[in-house]
Design a protein around this ligand. Structure first.
Ligand SMILES: NC(=O)c1ccc[n+]([C@@H]2O[C@H](COP(=O)([O-])OP(=O)(O)OC[C@H]3O[C@@H](n4cnc5c(N)ncnc54)[C@H](O)[C@@H]3O)[C@@H](O)[C@H]2O)c1
Length: 357
């Protein structure tokens, strides 16, 4: 039997998972982290008694704990999936890494760039995998954009972009957890920044940003962001993001060497660059890529933890998204164009499909 045959013959290990934060966003991993995907939940942790009790009823037979320390002491596990609020990610992540677990942390990895670096360093020191659940890059629209600008074999390939206009307005009148300075940047723009990194790769050089908000908003801090980003490839990004907007929409325009991509909430269209002055080329509808969603996040976490394969959502890759959040805040406070910290990664790593174990 060849080495390759032997490795295929080896049974794929199940990762026994501790689920930290099992209400709200913490519910998705319990739906997807099943043995068929390579996971076996072994503990539920939540500080809210009624949330914990409900999760226990929904997932009978899994021990429930009010504190992470107690779960770590009581059960044997290989990994933790941390969906508590962002402010707890660093402490809880480091605690799990110190106990020898791989960790998948909800976005944002941490509430500051320094805390994110600390968590990534702790994972490296422990020799354990750290991934961030940046689920947007696994969605249909984002995966379609990635192919349109990176895959010359795609029939609607538009070539390398020189301009991206990226707008998302979110109708979210109640601030809820977005109650700290620059919350909308760390909470939501991190998704957009991660998308941009997955499309263009690392290499954002400078940023000019302004956060703002109207006096009548329920948001205590400016919750809207307008910015310009310069990528070393020469591509400029104009980005606009609002929370508490009166409209709910996504609008993306990308101009590339061969043509343009026009994306709205439900459609992706492209047009070729013609040679006639002021002539409007026809827009062609693009067949969207498969939506991988959270199953894609878990598949990459498994791949990274078990097979040590590089993935776009690894903690070290995610530092570039955190650096963009950090630079947005610095530019907005200083009113100046600032440079963006670069981390040694930023490959355009996108999963082609959900792998089997
Ligand atoms: N990827 C996405 O699309 C997406 C969407 C929403 C939220 N999120 C992220 O998920 C995380 C949780 O967000 P949420 O809105 O569900 O928050 P939340 O405030 O509702 O908390 C989630 C759960 O964690 C529990 N919890 C709070 N403190 C805890 C602690 N110290 N230890 C254990 N459990 C604790 C809460 O009781 C709750 O059940 C955040 O990091 C957020 O940014 C990601």
């Amino acid at each position: 039997m060849s080495d390759e045959q032997k490795s295929h013959a080896r049974p794929a290990p199940l990762l026994r998972t501790i689920h930290v934060g099992v209400g709200n966003r913490g519910q998705w991993p319990l739906r997807f982290a099943v043995p068929a995907a390579g996971f076996q939940p072994v503990a539920l942790v939540d500080t809210h008694p009624s949330v914990l009790a409900q999760a226990g009823r929904d997932h009978p037979g899994i021990p429930a704990f009010a504190e992470l320390e107690a779960a770590l002491a009581a059960v044997e596990a290989d990994a933790a999936i941390i969906c508590s609020p962002t402010q707890f990610h660093t402490t809880q992540g480091k605690m799990c890494l110190a106990a020898g677990l791989h960790i998948l942390v909800e976005k944002g990895l941490a509430p500051t760039l320094d805390a994110a670096r600390e968590t990534v360093a702790a994972a490296a020191a422990a020799g354990r995998a750290l991934c961030v659940a940046q689920n947007y890059r696994y969605q249909s629209m984002e995966r379609t954009v990635a192919r349109l600008i990176n895959d010359p074999s795609h029939p609607c390939y538009i070539g390398e972009p020189f301009l991206i206009e990226y707008t998302q307005h979110r109708q979210r009148p109640h601030p809820r957890t977005l109650n700290y300075p620059f919350a909308s940047v760390w909470d939501m723009s991190c998704h957009h920044f991660d998308n941009l990194l997955s499309w263009l790769g690392g290499g954002f050089a400078t940023i000019t940003a302004k956060t703002f908000g109207p006096p009548w908003s329920r948001y205590q801090h400016p919750n809207n962001t307008s910015l310009q980003l310069a990528h070393r490839s020469g591509c400029m990004v104009h980005y606009l993001h609002t929370h508490d907007a009166a409209i709910n929409e996504i609008r993306i325009r990308i101009q590339g060497r061969l043509g343009a991509a026009v994306l709205d909430d439900t459609s992706v269209r492209t047009c070729r660059r013609g040679d006639l002055q002021l002539q409007q080329e026809p827009l062609v509808s693009v067949t969207p890529e498969e939506h991988l969603g959270e199953a894609g996040v878990l598949a990459d976490f498994y791949r990274h933890a078990v097979r040590d394969e590089p993935v776009g959502i690894s903690g070290s890759e995610n530092l570039n998204a955190m650096a963009l959040c950090d630079a947005t805040c610095r530019s907005s406070v200083s009113g100046k164009t600032v440079s963006i910290a670069a981390f040694d990664c930023g490959e355009k790593a996108m999963p082609a499909s959900i792998p089997t174990k």
